[in-house]
Design a protein around this ligand. Structure first.
Ligand code: SF4
Ligand code: SF4
Length: 282
């Protein structure tokens, strides 16, 4: 399920730590003694108690009055579950808000008339198989340190606990690894990591002097949050033909929203930062 009234979600925390580590020139002592947000201690290999089921007295409480940020992967899997276009999904279910990134808007799930998640049905979550990352991750929070010296990013998990949530008092215990497997979070995490890279680029205000809400930022919004709109834009401008891309990838981009999102990220990186993520045809 999902925590209530908190916007400290996976990518927020992840970006916050990433920025902390990249913006601060860490000395060796800092690296050994990582500075996590106040009061947050990584779980490591410790176990935690948690179980969420219809028998808990708080059943579905966390799906009401919730401040839940949505990320590009969430939008795609939810709009495909509902079999609607991404722009229709944004219109119906999303509020565009000023979130943790001062240079790029965030998306927040729009609550319904009775202040509940629009996907909350009488039996529980009506989009359970495709529920957003935040709903799967709770009661954990994830952070990634990209400056790790082991040659790969290092991830950390923290236990969050809300007074109203009685799941913590249940006997069932988990390791982080077991929870990630149970909630099918691996694929969400890999998309969250790519999104965090993009979010970090956006945070540097790479809008070439156009400022926020200029054409470049609107294009980035289209790629990240409105994949069906981006597909049309790409076809209209014949963007794929500008680059040397293997035929199998082209076919995948043409058929699959997630492949298109991945191409869109590469394209944005090239356009906004000049990074050689795609090879231009001569
Ligand atoms: S998507 Fe499902 S689990 Fe998440 S808040 Fe909505 S109803 Fe609850
Ligand atoms: S146990 Fe926690 S996560 Fe489960 S329904 Fe209750 S408040 Fe939500």
């Amino acid at each position: 399920m999902v925590k209530k009234a908190s916007v400290l979600t996976i990518t927020t925390l992840l970006t916050r730590l990433t920025r902390h580590y990249t913006d601060t020139k860490m000395c060796a002592a800092d690296k050994q003694d990582k500075k996590f947000p106040d009061g947050m201690v990584p779980l490591g290999k410790d176990i935690f108690s948690f179980s969420c089921h219809p028998g808990v007295s708080c059943w579905l409480k966390c799906c009401r009055n919730v401040d839940m940020l949505l990320y590009p992967y969430d939008i795609i899997i939810l709009k495909n579950h509902l079999n609607i276009r991404s722009d229709e999904f944004l219109e119906r279910h999303v509020n565009v808000v000023k979130g943790p990134n001062p240079c790029f808007p965030s998306l927040m799930m729009k609550m319904n008339a009775v202040n509940a998640c629009p996907f909350l049905g009488p039996e529980g979550c009506s989009v359970y198989e495709n529920r957003p990352s935040a709903c799967r991750m709770y009661p954990l929070e994830r952070a990634v340190d990209r400056t790790a010296t082991k040659g790969r990013a290092e991830e950390f998990y923290f236990l969050t606990n809300h007074d109203y949530c009685k799941g913590h008092a249940e006997d069932k215990t988990w390791t982080v690894k077991e929870w990630l497997r149970d909630q099918k979070l691996m694929v969400h995490n890999s998309h969250a990591d790519r999104w965090a890279e993009m979010d970090t680029i956006f945070a540097s205000s790479p809008w070439a002097g156009e400022g926020v809400a200029g054409p470049r930022q609107k294009l980035a919004f289209l790629v990240c949050y409105n994949i069906d709109g981006f597909r049309e834009y790409m076809r209209d401008k014949n963007i794929l033909s500008e680059f040397k891309i293997p035929a199998t990838r082209v076919r995948s981009i043409e058929r699959d929203d997630l492949s298109l999102l991945s191409f869109g990220y590469d394209w944005l990186q090239l356009v906004l930062t000049g990074a050689p993520t795609l090879k231009r045809r001569k």
